[in-house]
Ligand binder design. Structure first.
Ligand code: FAD
Length: 305
C-alpha cells in the first residue's frame, strides 16, 4: 500500500498529545508548542487527564486554552478510576459544555500506583469498555481508547488484552491510540491479531521521540513497553549531550515513522512532552512539509462546518 506523504485529507493524519502545565513557565512553553505544532495541521490534539497527579481542573483549563488559541479539534483523556458514575457524568457534562466532543476513554492506573492491584470504584465504571458505553449513553461523542502492542502489564495475556480492545470497540470506540513502542515488527504482529479478532478501527501508533533516554527507560519499565538494545546503543552514551541526542533521537523516530508509512500506516499520534522542536524535526526528516496557515484554516473551518 502506498501512502501519500503529504499531510491532510488525502495523506498522513497527525495528532499530538499534551499534558497540563504545572508552572507558569511550562504554560508559556505549552502555548509555544501548540503554535509551532499547529503548522503540521493535526487532525486533533489531546490533553492527558489525571496522569502525574493532575486533575480535571488543569485538564479542562488546558483544553479551554487550546480552544481559545486555535481551531484544532481537541480531545480530552478521561479516566474513570476512583470516580462514581455520577461524578464521571458531571465531568463529561462540564467538558462538553466547554466544547469538547471527543474523549479518550481510559480506566486509569490503580490508585495505589502502577504495580498495585486495581480496585474499581464500587459505584463507578470498572474499566474503559464500561466507560465507553457510559459515554455513548450520555451523548454523541467521538470516543478513542488505548491499545497495547506489547500487552498491558495487568493483562493475563495478549488474547485478554485484545478481548478488552474488542469490548471497547463494541461499546462504541472508533479509534485506538497505542502505548509507545519502538519495534515496528511487534506492532505489525499485534495488528494481525487485532484484525483476526474482527477489530477494524484504526490502531494509531503512538510515537515517542526520546527527549531523555533514562526517563523513557524508567517509564517503559512501569508501563510494560520495551526499549530495544539498538535504541539504547544509539542514545545511551549521549543522553547528557543535548545536540547529539537531539540529532540521534530525531533520526531514530523518523526512521520508525518512515518504516511505518512504508508498511501502510497513515495516522500517527505523537507524545510531544509539551515540546515541539524534536517532534517537528522528526516530521521534517520523515519528509513532511508544514501546511500554510491559510490552507489550515480552510481545512479546520471546513471540518468544523
Ligand atoms: P483498559 O482498557 O480498561 O484495560 C487495559 C488492559 O488491562 C486490558 O487489556 C485488560 O485486559 C487489562 N485489565 C484491565 N483491568 C484489569 C484487571 N482489573 N485485572 C486484569 N487485567 C486488567 N493514564 C492516565 O491516568 N491519564 C491519561 O491521560 C492517560 N493517557 C493515556 C493515553 C494512551 C494513548 C495510553 C495508551 C495510555 C494512557 N494512560 C493514561 C494510561 C492508562 O490509564 C493505563 O495504562 C491504565 O493502567 C489502563 O487504562 P486503559 O484504559 O488502557 O484500561
Amino acid at each position: 500500500m502506498t501512502v501519500n506523504p503529504t499531510i491532510g485529507a488525502e495523506g498522513v493524519r497527525l495528532s499530538f498529545e499534551f499534558f497540563p502545565a504545572k508552572t507558569p513557565e511550562m504554560e508559556v512553553q505549552l502555548w509555544e508548542t501548540l503554535e509551532d505544532l499547529s503548522g503540521w495541521d493535526p487532525d486533533f490534539v489531546s490533553v492527558t487527564y489525571g496522569a502525574g497527579g493532575s486533575t480535571r481542573t488543569p485538564t479542562l483549563a488546558t483544553l479551554k486554552g487550546i480552544l481559545q488559541r486555535s481551531h484544532i479539534p481537541s480531545a480530552s483523556h478521561l479516566t474513570c478510576v476512583g470516580s462514581t458514575r455520577e461524578e464521571t457524568h458531571a465531568i463529561v457534562e462540564e467538558f462538553h459544555a466547554a466544547g469538547i466532543h471527543h474523549f479518550l476513554a481510559l480506566r486509569g492506573d490503580p490508585r495505589g500506583g502502577i504495580g498495585t492491584a486495581y480496585e474499581p470504584h464500587p459505584g463507578g465504571y470498572a474499566n474503559a469498555a464500561e466507560l465507553t458505553a457510559g459515554l455513548k449513553a450520555l451523548g454523541d461523542f467521538e470516543i478513542s481508547v488505548s491499545a497495547y502492542p506489547e500487552k498491558h502489564p495487568e493483562s493475563a495475556d495478549v488474547a485478554a488484552d485484545i478481548d478488552m480492545l474488542k469490548r471497547k470497540v463494541d461499546a462504541g470506540a472508533t479509534r485506538a491510540l497505542t502505548q509507545f513502542f519502538f519495534e515496528n515488527d511487534q506492532y505489525e504482529r499485534y495488528l494481525d491479531k487485532v484484525v483476526a479478532a474482527g477489530i477494524t478501527i484504526p490502531i494509531v501508533p503512538g510515537i515517542l521521540p526520546i527527549h531523555n533516554l533514562a526517563q523513557v527507560r524508567k517509564f517503559a519499565g512501569m508501563c510494560g513497553a520495551s526499549v530495544p538494545d539498538y535504541v539504547i546503543a544509539r542514545l545511551g552514551t549521549i543522553d547528557d549531550l543535548p545536540e547529539e541526542r537531539f540529532k540521534a533521537a530525531s533520526q531514530l523516530a523518523a526512521e520508525q515513522v518512515k518504516d511505518l508509512i512504508h508498511r501502510g500506516v497513515s495516522e500517527f499520534h505523537f507524545y510531544t512532552m509539551n515540546r515541539s522542536a524534536l517532534v517537528s524535526r522528526v516530521l521534517e526528516l520523515s519528509g513532511f512539509q508544514r501546511v500554510a496557515a491559510e490552507a489550515r484554516n480552510n481545512t479546520q473551518s471546513g471540518a468544523a462546518a
